[in-house]
Write a protein that binds this ligand. Structure first.
Ligand SMILES: *Cc1c(COP(=O)(O)O)cnc(C)c1O
Length: 309
């Protein structure tokens, strides 16, 4: 197991583009997000959440559940978070220390300009905590180059493994903050994970079977070459977008911000999304998603991440 964990951590570091420690936890992606909150936030802390879809909403909800005082910066779904708006907000809220960002908003098929957003957060001297669950491994993130403090991902997305493993790439400042934070935590305590990782172990029973899958996914990615994998995702996204538009769908996410991993599109008013998905599944063996949260029934979402050509 120590050898398995070592290869997964080493591979994950190259995929995240970081020399920071990557914490490996047995949970779905949401657990990875929760780990960031419980290790960094103390009850009463002022946190700014940039929300442009259902997953941004979830990140804010987790922070709220642990007693953070959350300022919600809500952007119209399908639109990106604007770096200038974020800069102004941070200037008017000097008490905010932590900013929650979603890189790829899976519910709307939109990818934010993470590099620009993290730059704004860092220039303002705050900490950038990023949901990269559906982007890391499928599109460039380069954690160290852009300077993101924490980035979270999950095994069942572009990593091509079954669900059950979450990653958090945790920078130095975040480790220091975690030492001082007072949110209650046990299972997701990064310090425990760090202590056991040094011995080639995890503090609790790990999802061993899933980690074998993660190791193979990482091997496949590195064999293909990350840049080739990113280019393949972009090609798939462009092909799906062109096909959907050709069939009369309207792409949902703002142009220039369309995701390489999931395409969201609005059908003609007379198309019943539920019946359409059922037809695709039963007649053609193709599974696509519908809308999430307040977009339920209004969208189709086609996933093209991971082992997809
Ligand atoms: C999938 C996903 C998550 C995590 O969802 P889980 O079901 O808990 O794995 C979080 N954020 C985004 C953007 C996602 O796409």
């Amino acid at each position: 197991f120590a050898a398995l964990l070592e290869e997964v951590v080493r591979g994950a570091k190259s995929v995240f583009g970081t020399d920071n420690e990557v914490v490996v936890m047995s949970s779905s992606g949401t657990g990875g997000l929760e780990s960031a909150i419980v290790n960094l936030v103390s009850p009463g802390d002022r946190v700014l959440a940039a929300i442009c879809g259902n997953f941004g909403e979830r990140f804010a909800e987790i922070a709220t559940a642990y007693g953070a005082d959350v300022i919600r910066h809500e952007v119209e779904w399908g639109q990106p978070v604007d770096p200038d708006d974020l800069r102004r907000l941070l200037a008017s809220h000097p008490e905010v220390e932590l900013v929650l960002l979603t890189h790829n908003e899976t519910s709307t098929g939109l990818t934010n300009d993470l590099e620009a957003l993290v730059a704004v957060v860092r220039e303002a001297g705050r900490m950038a905590v990023v949901d990269g669950v559906s982007s890391v491994s499928s599109m460039p993130v380069e954690v160290d180059r852009i300077g993101a403090d924490v980035v979270v991902s999950g095994s069942q997305k572009g990593w091509m493994a079954p669900p059950g493993v979450a990653f958090a790439a945790v920078g130095q400042a975040a480790w220091e903050r975690a030492e001082k934070s007072k949110a209650p935590r046990f299972y997701f305590d990064w310090a425990q994970h760090r202590k056991f990782a040094a011995k080639g172990a995890t503090p609790w029973t790990p999802a061993v079977s899933v980690l074998f899958g993660v190791r193979e996914g990482i091997r496949m990615l590195l064999e293909e070459g990350l840049d080739n994998a990113y280019a393949r995702h972009r090609r798939c996204a462009d092909a799906v977008a062109a096909g959907l538009q050709g069939m009369g769908f309207t792409l949902f996410a703002a142009e220039g911000y369309r995701s390489a991993t999931v395409t969201a599109a609005v059908p003609h008013a007379d198309l019943d999304v539920k019946a359409y998905r059922k037809l695709l599944r039963e007649k053609f063996g193709v599974v696509i998603a519908g809308g999430q949260g307040k977009l339920e029934g209004r969208l189709v979402r086609v996933g093209h991440l991971g082992y997809v050509t």
